[in-house]
Design a binder for this molecule. Structure first.
Ligand code: TMP
Length: 213
């Protein structure tokens, strides 16, 4: 594979959308072919699965169903979109990926990490992101921002403690997989968050240039 796989993670209200738009523009300006996609979703089937997962009326969905649907959408996404794009040399920016499963279904819902790892291996084999940007801020502040948006979906209806567990699980993964994770302080004004991201992307672009020369 010749492209790069960048994933963006974080709990609710951390400003993923604005920062993803910034990353996309920055990489395009650096001459990269960029493919922007998201999880759950990114394909016709995956988006249908996303609708099921986010529908607040699906109150009876059990944690294992939620976990398996996440990976069903991911299998399709990898097969139809992510792997072909990476093979074509594109820079794939994915709004959430498997770290979100460890954070939400693992940390949030309490599913054992070892069970998630089985599905991860099944669906991804050895594919891992080259870079994961974790946008991090205190949960209450994020939820406050998120609450200003539209009607809460099935996840957004969860309580503060759920998102505290999500954040803890994300931070634990960032520590465990320090080589690919970068934790961004998402609390300050957007320009300051962008400056942190720009530094990280510049380092990645420079190391690419060194490899090419
Ligand atoms: P979004 O609001 O960032 O588009 O993400 C949709 C929701 O799906 C969000 O609340 C997090 C959740 N999610 C999981 O619970 N597990 C996963 O593996 C992924 C990709 C998302």
């Amino acid at each position: 594979m010749t492209g790069k796989f960048i994933t963006i993670e974080g709990s609710e209200g951390v400003g993923k959308s604005s920062n993803i738009a910034f990353i996309e523009d920055y990489l395009r300006a650096a001459g990269k072919q960029v493919l922007l996609t998201r999880e759950p979703g990114g394909t016709v089937l995956g988006e249908a699965i996303r609708t099921l997962l986010l529908d607040a009326d699906n109150r009876s969905m059990c944690s294992d169903t939620e976990l398996l649907l996440m990976f069903a959408a991911r299998a399709q996404h990898l097969d139809e979109v992510i792997r072909p794009a990476l093979e074509a040399g594109k820079w794939v920016i994915c709004d959430r990926f498997t770290d979100a499963t460890y954070a939400y279904q693992g940390g949030g819902r309490g599913i054992a990490e070892s069970r998630i790892a089985i599905l991860e291996q099944w669906v991804q084999n050895d594919l891992q992101p080259d870079l994961t940007l974790l946008l991090d801020m205190p949960v209450a502040a994020g939820l406050e921002r998120a609450s200003k948006r539209s009607t809460p979906d099935r996840f957004e209806q969860e309580k503060l403690v759920f998102f505290e567990r999500v954040r803890e699980a994300y931070l634990a993964r960032a520590k465990k997989y320090a080589a690919r994770f970068r934790v961004i302080n998402a609390e300050p004004a957007l320009v300051q968050v962008e400056a942190q991201i720009r530094n990280i992307l510049d380092t990645m672009l420079e190391s690419e240039l060194q490899l090419e020369s």
